[in-house]
Design a protein around this ligand. Sequence first.
Ligand code: PLP
Length: 388
Amino acid sequence: MRINERVDRIPLSQTLALDARAKEFVAAGRDVVNMTAGEPDFDSPLQVREAAKATIDGGRVRYTPAPGRLQLRQAIADYLSRTRGVPYTPQEVTVCHSGKHALSGVLLSLVHEGDEVLLLAPAWVSYVEQVRFAEGTPVLVPPRPDMGVDFDALEAAIGPRTRGLMLNSPNNPSGYVCTADELARLADFARRHDLWVLSDEIYGRLVYDDEPYRSLVQQGDDARARTVIVDGASKTWSMTGYRIGFLAGPPNLAAAVGRLHSQLAGAPNAVGQEAFEAALTSEAPEIEGMLKAFDERRRRIVQGLREIGLRTPFPGGAFYVFPAIDEVWPGGDSAAFCEALLEQEGVAAVPGSAFGVEGHVRFSYATSMEQIEKGLERLGRFLSVRKG
Ligand code: PLP
């Protein structure tokens, strides 16, 4: 069969491909330290699991409205109002099959053929492909060395067809968290160039330095009106397999994505919706423990990487570190680095090139402290063999 060109151009997600590669090594009997994980290694909170079981046992497993149950959209609006400090209504919310599904729904609804969309690099692997699939042109904007926003590069990237900006703070893969000053400047930038902003806040709760919740929507009425938030159940509540995400933005956009999904996919799964509602309605006590564990691992892995000699920006959020390898790996080819590291030491990591930034590698610390120690030890050996 002949595959449609737009679909045929889509490569398999590099992170999923790498994870599969690491699993092949494991199947072949190798002892692999897998540091590619994009999901928390914790159980979902008890209240989530109980709600999921009660939904099934109660037989509430039929179709729901395509944009999600009204009760859940209300719970999401209340959650956003509470965490972002800006009021939201259910009419501004559409529930989707995942955060990824919410992102693609927004892009398919906002991007017109030939529109340029600025992506602040490093940018999560799916952004480029999703913008392309929506018939837009992704424009990667390089970061500062500390992975913060380079405003000169951002201004230089503006062209006559620029219509949108995608922002992801805390960032995957760097863990960088935008400062209040950066958000104020981004709001000003979007206003001056009349851009919509897609703010991927899926790691918004995973911050470790007692920072308040920061979102672009807090930067005044203009920023609020031109920003679409995407968030979901996967990371904060360790619910990756439940597949529930959402968008919050102008009512006409929320409705458009709801219509699109009503034809393409139908309602998100009923069990996931009720489970997520239970997650939002009262703070799960498990979250505090998860944040504490992530924070300890973050400090340990940054210290370990720096001791080995890798220049490592200190990440404020998410569960990734993104050290530079250019000083230890001539040419900085991150894919070759990851290939050799997996081959020689059985440590799996994701090359920065997958996120549009060469000379860096992403290590996930969504794995046990024992695995982190083992990974650091092997990485140290890998680099010392090269030096020697
Ligand atoms: N956005 C970012 C930056 C991510 O890293 C992920 C998952 O890895 C997602 C969105 C989507 O998550 P999900 O589709 O599980 O909701």
